[in-house]
Design a protein around this ligand. Structure first.
Ligand code: F0G
Length: 446
């Protein structure tokens, strides 16, 4: 079933092979340094890259740009209350701004933070407070083909081990990331969320949900958790978030906006602490670094995100690309998650050692073969970890169509056919913050 028609279009162009080769070399084999005009199909991220609806564009015009007390903020407050169930909201310029406000208000030097899997900015913000990020994924998380329904779940057992090593007094915060972006966009069940709530109570910690993709997660709960088969995605989302003391949100994901984010909480004291920090880093707490018009677009987007028409079309697109690739025997992470298809670069290039960055090699091949931009989430992005060598093809919301996906399939197929002929890459520069090196490091062919 088709859920949209186009009202505005943007020209795209596929540079020829020589141009692509030159662009790649000039970018130091790091696709973050490519000019977007040189990219034909951009699957770098699903963050802020989607198409807004006509209702969102209309709402932009209503933006109230008052420094304090804007009516746009009131509309955001009521959207967050209705859709997510939190009475207090502090806008931020995007998700990582919200992370800084919230985690900076909770953490101090020497603390330890369990999370099902920290997204890279989350890990960096935890580290920025002098705290240690501990990933607590389930056993199935890194099994690329296990057919389990909730491979994104938080392992309470692993978190408990971390607590027994450092003492509960050093674990003031527990985070569950739904869906689990760094584990192939896999969902987290409500049953698991309840267990994390109980665990946080047991150690007297604040329980935060990273809710960037909360609507996608709710779709999977309806599909896979029997108790919720007849519930609406909206009701499921609210119930899941009800277990948390606070959320960090990037409006660029399930806020369906091009920018923005927020912290929302039901804890009055935490709200007051966050407000003070927000003033320092983001702006007065009724705009928090956002233009009033962008707050409007995000408020409308949040409501759209939990409608069946939106979320069913969204997940269907991701699944369509995944099954096209599977039918062509391309090794991918299964089942497909909510916002992206993840290619198994380790299976493409068994002849490359992780120190030669097989995932980044595949990212470069996809650009070389078809002007497609993906992102590496393996040993280049996560130094010193034994994570699988994945390449994420993130699907921007409401943006691409079947023909685009057919081009992506052909591109991946060509890369797969040439897989024995490629060599590895090595670092040519080493940026200061290792957790963020994949954004800026330059590489060179081995
Ligand atoms: N948390 C998660 C789970 C995320 O995926 C992201 C962003 C953030 C926090 C930070 O939000 O970008 O608005 O500052 N993920 C993007 C991605 C960038 O490509 O996966 P932000």
């Amino acid at each position: 079933m088709v859920a949209y028609k186009s009202k505005s279009v943007e020209r795209i162009r596929l540079p020829d092979r020589d141009e692509r080769e030159r662009a790649l070399e000039e970018a130091g084999y790091n696709v973050f340094s490519l000019a977007a005009d040189d990219v034909y199909i951009d699957l770098l991220t699903d963050s802020g890259t989607g198409a807004m609806s006509d209702e969102q564009w209309a709402a932009l015009h209503r933006g109230d740009e008052s420094y304090a007390g804007s009516s746009s903020f009131e509309r955001l407050e009521s959207a967050v209350e209705d859709v997510m169930g939190f009475p207090h909201v502090i806008p931020a310029h995007q998700g990582r701004g919200a992370e800084n406000v919230l985690y900076g208000s909770i953490l101090s030097e020497g603390d330890v933070v369990p999370n099902n899997t920290h997204f890279d900015t989350t890990r960096a913000h935890v580290a920025n407070q002098g705290a240690e990020a501990v990933d607590c994924p389930t056993d199935a998380a890194h099994d690329l083909t296990a057919e389990e329904p909730f491979k994104g779940n938080f392992s309470v057992e692993r978190a408990r081990e971390a607590v027994s090593e450092v003492g509960a007094e050093n674990v003031p915060l527990v985070i569950s990331t739904i869906t689990n972006n760094s584990t192939a966009g896999q969902p987290v069940s409500i049953e698991n969320t309840r267990r994390v709530r109980a665990f946080a109570d047991e150690i007297d910690a604040t329980f935060v949900i990273d809710a960037c993709r909360f609507a996608e997660n709710a779709f999977f709960v309806r599909e896979r958790e029997d108790e919720y088969a007849d519930a609406t995605v909206g009701d499921i989302a609210r119930e899941q978030l009800e277990y948390a003391d606070a959320v960090v949100m990037s409006g660029k994901k399930d806020g369906l906006a091009n920018t923005g984010g927020f912290v929302a909480t039901r804890d009055d004291a935490l709200f007051e602490r966050c407000k003070s920090r927000a003033i320092l880093y983001e702006g007065f707490p009724t705009y928090g670094g956002m233009a009033g018009r962008d707050i409007e677009a995000m408020a409308v987007g949040l409501r759209e995100a939990v409608t069946d028409a939106y979320i069913e079309d969204r997940i269907e697109q991701v699944r369509t690309l995944a099954s096209m690739l599977e039918d062509a025997d391309i090794p991918i992470y299964t089942p497909a998650g909510g916002h992206a298809v993840y290619l198994d670069a380790g299976s493409f290039y068994p002849h490359l050692d992780s120190s030669e960055f097989p995932g980044q090699v595949l990212v470069c091949e996809l650009y070389r073969e078809g002007g497609v931009r993906g992102v590496e989430l393996g040993s280049f992005a996560f130094p010193d970890s034994d994570r699988p060598e994945l390449v994420r093809l993130a699907i921007p919301r409401r943006t691409y169509h079947q023909e685009h996906f057919e081009h992506v399939l052909e591109t991946v197929e060509s890369a797969y056919e040439n897989r024995d002929a490629v060599d590895g890459l090595r670092l040519a520069t080493e940026p200061e913050i290792p957790e963020l090196r994949h954004f800026t490091a330059e590489l060179e062919p081995v």
